[in-house]
Design a protein around this ligand. Sequence first.
Ligand code: ZN
Ligand code: ZN
Length: 398
Amino acid sequence: MAPQREWLEHDFYKDLGVASDASAEEIKKAYRKLARELHPDANPGDAAAEERFKRVSEAHSVLSDADKRKEYDETRAMFAGGRFRGGGNGFPGGFPGGGGTHYTTSGGADFNIGDLFGGGGGGSEGGGFGDLFEGLFNRGPRGSTATRPKRGNDLETETTLTFRDAAVGTTVPLRVTSPSPCTSCHGSGAKPGTSPRVCPSCNGSGFVSRNQGAFGFSEPCQDCQGTGSRIDDPCSDCDGTGVKVRARTINVRIPAGVEDGQRIRLAGQGEAGRRGAPSGDLYVVVHVSADKVFTRSGNDLKVQLPVSISELVLGATVSVPTLDGSVGVKIPANTADGRTLRVRGRGVPKRSGGAGDLLVTVKVSVPSKLDDAAVEAMRRYAEAEKAGGFDPRAGWGR
Ligand SMILES: [Zn+2]
Ligand SMILES: [Zn+2]
C-alpha cells in the first residue's frame, strides 16, 4: 500500500487528539470516544461531524496498524515542514542523485520537482504524489526495516483441568516447543564471551537521519540493519539470531475459579524476540472437564442431593461433599422436592478472597423395592395422610 497524499495533508494524531508518541491503547481509547461522539447516527444531518467522523476513522485505520503508523511517521518525518506542498516550482534544488538512498530515480540524475507533479507550475493536484511515494516505499529499505528487532510473537496453547482443580486452583506443567532465547549466548546472538556492541553509525537507535537539500530523512541504519547493535562474532548455536527452537516446561499456576474456555496470559513466555528483544506472551486456553457431582454457576457450586421421601417429610441432616471436605446440610421437615438449600461460603474460591455458596438441590429418590414391613407402614401412612385431609392436588388442574 502506498501512502496517500492525505498522509502529508492531515495530522492524524491531531485528528485523534493524541500525542505523536501515544501508545496503541491511548489511540484506541481516543478513537472510541470520538467515534461515539461523531457517529452520524448521533449527529443526523451534521455535515461537519460527518466529515470529522471520516477523518477520525481514517486516522485510526492508519495509526492502529503498527506498520502503517510507522510508515506514516516516516513519511511525515521525511517531508517535515510541509515543504513538499505547493505548486511545483519552489523546490530549492534537485534530488540528491546516486548515494544509495531509496529515492533515487532510475537515472540517478537531478530532476525538478515540477516533473514530479506532471508538468510544473501551478496545480499539484495530479496523481504525482502517489506515484512518487510508490517509488519511494517499494524500494530498498523496506526489507531491512523488517529486520529491526521486535518483540517475539505471542503463543497460544491449551490445557485440560479436572473440575475440582479448576475450582480450587492448581499448578500444571506445560510443555511448549517454541523459539526460545538461545542458551549459549543468552539471547544476545553474540558468541559466548563476547557481546554485541552499540552500532556506532546510529548510536544504537537503528535509524540514521540525514538532512539533504530540503529533506529531513530518517532511515534504517544500513550498518546494523536497523537493529542498533552490531555483532562481530555471531553465536554459532543460533547463527547470531539469539533464538533457538526448543522444548521448555513451564509450570503454570492456574488461579482458583478458572472457567472453561478462559485464557490465562503468561507475560513474556511466548516466542523469544530476536537478539534479546522482548519475548511475546503465552496464552493458555483452559478447558475444564465435567464433574460427576458438581456443576458451577460463577462462584457458586451446585450439587443435586438424592433424598428419601421420609427425609423430606421428617427432616434430616445429610452429609454433602464440597470441594474441601464435606458439610452437614440440615433439611427442614416438610421440605418440597426440588428445593435448593444454600450453604454460605462453601462454593468456589473467589479471587478476591472468600468463596461462593454451595447450592444443594434435593431430589427425591423412590425405592424400587421395599420389604413387607415398609410397604405395610407406607399403607398405614397413606391412610393417615388421607384422614388428615392432605390432598396433593388440591386446587390443581381446574
Ligand atoms: Zn546463541
Ligand atoms: Zn546502526
